[in-house]
Design a binder for this molecule. Structure first.
Ligand code: GLV
Length: 308
């Protein structure tokens, strides 16, 4: 049997090598050289063009090369076979690093000291202690929970919000629509690590910003479509938000003409908060393919109805 690989950002050579050693005897085919489509039992993919998977008559498993499966589920021709998202320690740790980096930047006023450096200003700003700094995490899945727990460990006053109730060691949680308002009210630094679904699209908008304490900071490392982009600069310019760190955008790459680039309150990275590592991801994917072959329960299967 064969695997089909498709990704514009992950290395087919690296994944081919890991999967060949994990799954001996399995042919590794890289899209568009798919060979006989009937031989493909599993697809390992990141944003495949719509219709590619529907053309594989014996497909039994779709393995996403990332944590978010919104783009995959948007394919209206997606075959009715199990989809598993990528969960591996590297991806989780790497996202926690990004969240800690951004929270620290704002907590330690690094963005303000950078602006002062550029202006040649030596001025000491009032410091705050982590225990009194309230951080809110939107999304308490694998990535959100790990990042929230690490922030907690550093000392921040962290709380989380998710659609349905969650009980997380050391981190108070809110859920549902009323819970969201309660979380926002207390979040001086708000981190978005939600899955992108019909319910969460556009959630980061002017009305949500108004529910945050004045001068709050936004960190978006979920998906670009969580943010109503037109609402961000007015919120920054009015002082309702004081800064934003964005890793994801509605259109990627971000257009060179986009006003976010030149706004002094916006910190941009090119969707690199957590990047898939072929070694750890390849092993997690191979584990699920072996499970599929032997009829054992899959790990991290997506609930297609919920969208994550
Ligand atoms: C990246 O954006 C991912 O979903 O893993």
């Amino acid at each position: 049997m064969a695997l089909l690989f498709h990704s514009k950002i992950d290395s087919s050579e690296e994944f081919g090598a890991v999967l060949a050693s994990e799954l001996p005897g399995t042919e590794f085919r890289v899209w568009p050289d798919i060979g006989d489509p009937a031989e493909i039992e599993a697809a390992v993919v990141w944003r495949p063009p719509p219709g590619v998977l529907a053309a594989l008559p014996n497909l039994q498993l779709i393995c996403a090369l990332g944590a978010g499966v919104d783009a995959l589920l948007a394919d209206e021709t997606l075959p009715a076979v199990p989809v598993v998202r990528l969960v591996d320690d590297h991806l989780t740790t790497s996202m926690s690093e990004y969240v800690i980096l951004q929270v620290m930047r704002f907590h330690r006023l690094d963005h303000e000291y950078l602006a002062q450096q550029r202006a040649g200003v030596w001025k000491i700003l009032p410091p705050r202690i982590a225990e009194e700094r309230k951080v809110g995490m939107l999304g308490m899945g694998v990535l959100g929970t790990a990042a929230a727990q690490k922030l907690r460990h550093i000392g921040f006053d962290v709380a989380g919000w998710s659609r349905s109730p969650r009980r997380i060691e050391g981190v108070p949680t809110f859920h549902g629509p009323e819970g969201l308002d309660a979380l926002l009210e207390r979040s001086e630094i708000l981190v978005c690590l939600l899955p992108l679904t019909a319910d969460t699209q556009d959630i980061l908008n002017a009305s949500l910003f108004r529910k945050l304490p004045k001068g709050a900071v936004l960190i978006n490392c979920g998906r670009g479509k969580h943010l109503v982009e037109e609402d961000l600069i007015p919120a920054l310019d009015s002082g309702q938000l004081s800064a934003a760190a964005l890793d994801v955008f509605r259109e990627e790459p971000l257009s060179p003409k986009h006003p976010f680039w030149s706004h002094s309150g916006i910190f941009i990275s090119p969707h690199v908060a957590s990047q898939t590592n072929a070694g750890t991801a390849g092993r997690a994917i191979a584990d699920n393919i072996r499970r599929m072959r032997s009829g054992r329960p899959l790990l991290n299967q997506v609930d297609i109805r919920k969208g994550y």
